[in-house]
Design a protein around this ligand. Structure first.
Ligand code: FUL
Length: 449
């Protein structure tokens, strides 16, 4: 075995990464000043009085997410325009100067409480890029401002599962560029919320590399350590042609973790993927996109390829100017939840007899089209290729070929009538530990037609 493979086998998830991985599917709420100005990137000049949702109900967001099968919610507490959804002590540009609830409202509080009530994990998005704040561009002053805001969010709203940071770094109101002090941000997050993963521009959760919902065929959680800096470096160096840009490992590359991909890496880390995309074309709500909500089959496709392909799925659902998830999105999410619940309700292999550790006798012939596999990732990620076979009575027939498994692989097969299923690991970095083997018949085929 090569040294690199031996090294890869030693890379394991942290406790916070393990907890995060088990959330599988959770939602993003993009809501703020942009919702009222019909913009995607506000310039920080829209007056606070424009923020005035008539019927904001974070309970509706949380219930909808829960019904859709999600296990958490991340809220854009502050987007690039700098408008804060909580009454921050450090700026006047927030809900406290809006007419909503007479300036006494706090969207972050309402969202955090609604999540707690529904049993959802709560996470925060706080944009480092701030187009309103005057100190932006005066690096140390703004970094302190950002830390102050982080502290407010990390101490005032209960447990936080994810601090989602993006690397956008544009010009501030004074035309100057800001040098973010990422290490100081991370240190504060670790100090105040050691349970939280730091996502995207952060060491714990890797951006999948696109915002379209595209997933990799083989998603590895063990990848070159350089990727932990990818979102920072890309942003910083796209502007400078230092000759290194083209040689850099990018989060967009199709293969990040195969033997070939890690061969040249100096260091390897556990850095699992999160797939983020929006249910509509934009991240924020625009009435003009009411008829552009992604259809159920598209969401299912992304779900299967992300959650079913060793990545977590972060689906954005932007509330409208009322402060509610629009009926079109809501109906689609309810249907998604129903399909997922129905599909994964009855594990046909629950009472099966494991013949060997990788062969399951279902006891009787069953119609099935989903096989869910999982590795014991506390021991790392090991499987590189596998094949599934089924048997009715006579010979074994091949029904699926796959590559990585990781935390979870949902294999979608053409429906087969099978009495037994066999999993053959054809390539692995060491003895595989398969911790999950479930069999289902999906409920979505009729609906998506
Ligand atoms: C990006 C932002 O620029 C978009 O507006 C959106 O918030 C997306 C999730 O992250 O960096």
């Amino acid at each position: 075995m090569s040294d690199k493979i031996t090294a890869a086998l030693k890379v394991r998830p942290s406790a916070r990464q393990l907890r995060w991985q088990k959330l599988e599917f959770y939602g993003f709420i993009h809501f703020g000043m942009n919702t009222f100005t019909d913009q995607e990137w506000g310039d920080g000049k829209a007056p606070a009085r424009l923020f005035n949702p008539a019927a904001l109900d974070a309970g509706q967001w949380a219930q909808t997410f829960k019904n859709a099968g999600m296990r958490g919610l991340i809220l854009t507490c502050k987007h690039h325009d700098g408008f804060c959804l909580w009454p921050s002590r450090y700026t006047e540009y927030s809900v406290k100067n809006s007419p909503w609830q007479g300036g006494r409202g706090d969207v972050v509080k309402e969202a955090a409480e609604a999540c707690a009530k529904e049993g959802l994990a709560f996470g925060i998005y706080l944009s480092p890029w701030d187009r309103h704040e005057a100190s932006y561009g005066d690096s140390s002053r703004y970094n302190q401002f950002f830390l102050n805001q982080l502290r407010e969010l990390l101490t005032g709203y209960g447990p936080i599962f994810s601090v989602w940071l993006d690397g956008a770094c544009g010009e501030g109101p004074n035309g100057k560029r800001q040098e973010y002090d990422w290490e100081a941000y991370y240190a504060l997050i670790r100090e105040l919320r050691p349970e939280a993963v730091i996502s995207v521009v952060g060491p714990d959760v890797r951006w999948c590399g696109n915002e379209a919902g595209h997933c990799r065929e083989s998603e590895w959680s063990v990848v070159p350590a350089a990727l932990q800096l990818a979102e920072r470096i890309q942003e910083a160096s796209q502007k400078v042609d230092d000759g290194k840009f083209s040689r850099r490992i990018k989060s967009t590359d199709e293969d990040l973790g195969s033997r070939e991909a890690i061969a040249g890496a100096e260091e390897l880390v556990w850095y699992p993927a999160e797939v983020n995309t929006s249910i509509r074309p934009g991240w924020f709500y625009h009435a003009s996109e009411d008829d552009k909500v992604r259809p159920l089959e598209e969401l299912l496709e992304i779900y299967y390829n992300s959650v079913g392909g060793n990545a977590n799925f972060l689906l954005n659902v932007p509330p409208d100017q009322r402060g509610l998830i629009h009926e079109n999105d809501l109906n689609c999410l309810l249907e998604l939840g129903e399909v997922l619940r129905e599909t994964f309700r009855h594990n046909l292999a629950a009472d099966s007899l494991p013949k060997t550790c990788l062969e399951f006798d279902l006891g009787e012939v069953r119609l099935l089209d989903r096989v869910v596999l999982g590795e014991e990732i506390e021991l790392g990620q090991r499987v590189e290729a596998f094949t599934l076979y089924f048997r009715q009575s006579g010979e074994w027939l091949k029904c699926y070929e796959g590559t990585t498994i990781g935390y979870k692989r949902i294999c979608r097969l053409e429906p087969v009538q099978a009495k037994a299923i066999r999993l053959e690991i054809t390539l692995a970095r060491a003895n595989p530990y398969i911790s999950q083997f479930e069999v289902y018949l999906s409920s979505d085929r009729e609906r998506c037609r």
